[in-house]
Write a protein that binds this ligand. Structure first.
Ligand code: 8DG
Ligand code: MN
Ligand code: MN
Length: 396
């Protein structure tokens, strides 16, 4: 006897931005496997393969229940030959030989450890590996020149590789909020990134800041950073004009407003006092609030040998700050909420299906040769001819 509900094929629209993807994932074994192959491709600078695996994983994340057989996958978008082979291997043998051998490979392990250092990308890691550097010990011994970001990244390696909790994010949010209103009354701050999508942990905390009066946000970032620095909250910061070039399939870059749009990549010093200051009862506990920060790494990176390693009354947390003029706020909010794949798919949808260019500054309609204004995310989805997807369902 055949259970029909089990063989019934799933149906899923092909762009991730047409789908609702919550954090409830019924296929974590499959999606973890495909995500690992995606990560490995990205670390090897094979971005095309990386995106293909990310898209395949995202389709499985959107399914309403666990995949039980290959026949259910018939007709699903974004599942290429390679991804199907991996899925089949797991369904039939409980594991994918390719995923297992990748995980065990010296190259993958070295790439993971080295790119785990803030400021170290795939290219740098690859160069170091070719120079025989596979771990942090070898990195310290052979001493290649590190830039300021990498020095800070190495110094706070353990902390920065620990997940950030929502209560840590809220504690930092209170500090940033206080800083924002002291340097520019009337300005306001929004939590963006993974925490806005409802994630319980993240690799960093992301904030977007604006002022309801256009132009008042100019010069805000340097003031904000000075305030935080003077209070001892920043272990590292790099503030940039937002001159970053978005992906090729993309975006409008209005010349006039560009130079006012700023961001700051920082490493925040979160102390016990800030944790206690929050209204979250779980952070009030005296015991267990602080995790020893050398867990998992048999290397003492603390350069000050007079201090006992591991216990200190604070932790380092990666924090991203973005300032946007109010006229671009909705685009910045949409563009920085993620997930990364959801963003990529939105831009691909805009370009391929609507002949529009979407960025975190603006939406340009190539057919009408004009910018489309929006003051909310809902309006942007409407311009794009998409049903609105709330942040908690953008976890593609
Ligand atoms: P996590 O930190 O919880 O691990 O996940 P996340 O919050 O989703 O990832 P993220 O790396 O912090 O990125 C948050 C969003 O910001 C994501 O949608 C991608 C977007 N983003 C960057 N860099 C840039 C950039 O340079 N420009 C724009 N417009 N967006 C960016 O990460
Ligand atoms: Mn984030
Ligand atoms: Mn971030």
């Amino acid at each position: 006897l055949v259970n029909l509900s089990e063989v019934a094929a799933f149906s899923v629209p092909s762009y991730a931005c047409q789908r609702r993807t919550t954090l409830e994932n019924h296929n974590t074994v499959l999606t973890d496997a495909l995500s690992l192959l995606a990560e490995n491709a990205e670390l090897s600078e094979e971005d095309g393969r990386g995106v293909a695996f990310r898209r395949a994983a995202a389709v499985l994340k959107a399914l309403p229940k666990p995949v039980a057989s290959m026949t259910q996958l018939r007709g699903l978008p974004c599942l290429g030959e390679h991804s199907l082979r991996v899925i089949k291997d797991i369904l039939e043998n409980g594991a994918s030989s390719e995923v297992e051998s990748t995980k065990q490979s010296e190259r993958y392990k070295a790439l993971k450890v080295l790119t785990g250092i803030f400021g170290v990308g795939a290219r740098t890691a690859d160069r170091w590996i070719r120079d025989g550097i596979h771990n942090l010990r070898q990195l310290q011994d052979s001493g290649p020149t590190l830039n300021r970001a990498q020095q800070a990244g190495l110094e706070h390696y353990d902390d920065l590789n620990q997940p950030v909790s929502k209560s840590d994010a809220d504690a930092i949010g209170e500090v940033v909020e206080k800083a924002v209103v002291s340097v520019l009354p009337g300005a306001h701050m929004t939590l963006i990134g993974g925490f806005r999508r409802g994630k319980l942990t993240g690799h960093d905390v992301d904030f977007l800041i604006t002022h309801p009066e256009e132009g008042r946000e100019v010069g805000l970032m340097p003031k904000l950073v000075s305030w935080l620095e003077s209070q001892g909250f920043l272990l590292y910061q790099k503030t940039t004009r937002n001159s970053y070039l978005e992906s090729k399939d993309g975006p409008a870059r209005p010349a006039s407003n560009m130079d006012r749009f700023e961001r700051c990549f920082s490493i925040f010093k979160l102390t016990k006092e800030e944790k206690r200051g929050t209204k979250h009862p779980e952070t009030l506990t005296e015991n267990g609030a602080q995790t020893p920060d050398n867990g998992g790494l048999d290397l003492d990176l603390d350069l000050d040998q007079t201090k006992p390693a591991g216990h200190k009354p604070w932790r380092a947390v990666r924090v991203d700050l973005v300032v946007s003029p109010i006229s671009q706020f909705a685009f910045a909010l949409l563009g920085w909420t993620g997930s990364k794949l959801f963003e990529r798919e939105l831009r691909r949808w805009a370009g391929h299906e609507k002949s529009m260019s979407l960025s975190s500054h603006a939406l340009y309609d190539n057919r009408q040769s004009k910018y489309l204004r929006a003051t909310s995310e809902e309006e942007i989805f409407a311009h794009l001819g998409l049903e609105f997807v709330p942040p908690s369902e953008r976890n593609a």
